[in-house]
Design a protein around this ligand. Structure first.
Ligand code: NA7
Length: 541
């Protein structure tokens, strides 16, 4: 990367106020905000269009698990009034259309450079400038660098022996081709049973002649009960969209004020009361399942009741008892992100679909015609990796980011991500991370977290300009205290109790640290208090 950077050619002489990396929902809104505040900004984006996650994740069945009236920007009243969602949970193509609509409405593309992958960023202490290099060798400069690179944007492709030898096509759900993929008449294998697999398996099964699913860990999924968007509900929300957004921001995960969260303890409800509550949530569909009681993600015993309920549902939905047993998870429910499906468990009743347990030895090797697992040969024509992402830190660490004194971010984060508020890293002045580790991010409605971060960063930049400050950097002791706080809060929940990507446990060799911070409203309050106290915990120059 250094050699590449040495040979780099500056792309014009412009020094931007902001360079924004990524043109997903975070980068797009950061650009809107920068313009609104009168800053110049350039967005650099690897893909050829806006949309981020929704640009890359085009696999069959890809759909948001947050309701569409919530998974959308709230920053512009006219925008939220005019856009019409067709379904309760929006499918990927519609979300991508929405992102394009926003780009057009706010004329964003003139400041976005597509096909530009950032590979390096170096802070120049004397000039207070970030020098950013692209894979093609272009150089960009800015006073502030904003990483809007997403939490789930680096595909996790396992290193299995013989990977290159497979004769048929291979796919990763997070890097799905832009051309339609037709599995009609084919024997297809899917590796993984996380959210992407749960969404795509029922659709792939409709086409494929034979579908084999390789499962390392069984997953909990609740039915989506997706349907056309209810017009009366839409009208009610739109009559007071601002109030609706504000109510959602006061929810622990930044969404679902319509879900009637029950604050009572599952431990006090009695067997009948619990069954009734879970059953009602199961009927409603969606992530509201965990709102049946106030302590499902806080108390192991309460969680066990919810987990047992889902396992009973799996047994009822899947006819073959051995397959049902294999599909029944043993970890706490929602410890790995809870999936939302349309016919996932039922798909395993189809005669051409089979489930293979690889929890013991994993996949031994890929062969030209399939793979070997548990000393058994499996043959198929196409292979789908639904193996997830190097979450939250992967994309940042794949770039060569260097702060003061040439300190590499990879070095600084050797033992896990360290930062303050999930927003800034000590030693890396004027570098912001939108929904970085240590912020609520993936435990919330991402758009709510994105908007909160962009507002905070925008206000900070405007304040610095008014105060004549040119440099802001997280204070090392504030950073240490913050990381301790994140661990403490996470430790009061069931989240650290299984091998999830929240902990980096899905990527071999990755440091095991719980990365997101549970609890949006308290976090938002803390961010406001820090700003109100003249950016307490930051050093300004
Ligand atoms: P996830 O949720 O990380 O799921 C990945 C799946 O792939 C999961 O079942 C993994 O098993 C499995 N996996 C990963 N590596 C391997 C190897 N080496 N061998 C076998 N199986 C493997 O990713 P998704 O894309 O489904 O979803 C990511 C998020 O996107 C989701 O939470 C939503 O927020 C949207 P494991 O459980 O690690 O044993």
């Amino acid at each position: 990367m250094h050699a590449r950077q040495a040979a780099a050619r500056p792309s014009g002489k412009a020094v931007h106020d902001l360079l924004i990396v990524g043109a997903g929902f975070a980068g797009m809104y950061m650009l809107v905000k920068a313009r609104e505040l009168g800053f110049t900004a350039q967005v650099l984006e690897t893909g050829m269009d806006v949309g981020g996650t929704w640009y890359w994740n085009r696999y069959p069945g890809a759909r948001c698990d947050i309701e569409s009236l919530e998974y959308s920007y709230g920053f512009d009243e006219a925008l939220q009034q005019e856009w019409k969602w067709s379904e309760r949970f929006a499918p990927q193509p519609e979300i991508l259309d929405y992102a394009r609509h926003v780009a057009q409405r706010f004329d964003l593309k003139r400041d976005i450079r597509f096909g530009t992958r950032v590979v390096s960023a170096r802070f120049d202490e004397a000039a207070n400038l970030w020098h950013v290099g692209s894979e093609a060798g272009e150089l960009f400069q800015a006073r502030f660098l904003v990483m809007a690179t997403g939490c789930l944007s680096s595909a996790n492709l396992p290193a299995i022996a013989g990977m290159e030898s497979f004769a048929g096509p291979t796919y990763h759900t997070g890097r799905w081709p832009h051309e339609p993929v037709d599995f009609t008449g084919q024997r297809v294998a899917v590796i993984g049973t996380g959210s992407s697999a749960v969404q795509s398996i029922p659709i792939i099964a409709r086409q494929a002649r034979e579908l084999t699913v390789f499962q390392r860990t069984a997953t909990y999924s609740v039915p989506a009960r997706n349907a056309p968007l209810d017009a009366a509900y839409e009208a009610r929300v739109k009559a007071d969209y601002r109030g609706f957004r504000a109510r959602n921001e006061r929810m622990p995960a930044g969404f679902g004020s319509n879900l009637n969260a029950n604050p009572a303890s599952a431990l006090e409800a009695g067997a009948e009361g619990r069954e009734r509550a879970f059953e009602e949530r199961w009927r409603q569909g969606g992530l509201g399942f965990t709102r049946a009681f106030g302590d499902i993600v806080l108390n192991a015993e309460a969680n066990a009741y919810a987990a047992a309920f889902v396992r009973r549902k799996i047994s009822a939905l899947v006819r073959d008892p051995a397959t049902a047993a294999l599909l029944s998870p043993s970890q706490p429910v929602a410890c790995k992100r809870l999936c939302v499906d349309s016919g996932y468990y039922e798909t395993f009743n189809l005669p051409h679909v089979r489930l293979v347990d690889i929890s013991q030895g994993g996949i031994e090797r890929i062969t030209p015609h399939g793979l070997v697992a548990g000393a058994q040969d499996y043959s198929f024509d196409a292979l789908v990796f639904a193996t997830g992402f190097d979450a939250m830190t992967g994309t940042l660490l794949r770039m060569d980011i260097r702060g003061r004194g040439g300190l590499a971010l990879g070095e600084k984060w050797r033992a896990g991500p360290l930062n303050y508020l999930g927003l800034m890293v000590a030693g890396f002045p004027n570098l912001f991370t939108i929904t970085g580790p240590g912020s609520p991010s993936v435990l919330t409605n991402m758009i709510v977290s994105i908007e909160q971060h962009v507002r905070w960063i925008g206000a900070c930049l405007a304040w610095m300009r008014a105060q004549g400050r040119r440099r802001i950097e997280a204070n090392a002791s504030a950073e240490r205290a913050w990381v301790g706080h994140v661990n403490e809060v996470a430790g009061q929940t069931i989240f650290p109790g299984c091998n999830s990507w929240y902990l980096g446990a899905n990527v071999p060799g990755k440091v095991r640290v719980f990365m997101p911070l549970p609890g949006f409203p308290a976090y938002d309050e803390k961010c406001r208090a820090v700003a109100a106290a003249a950016y307490e915990g930051f050093e300004l120059a």
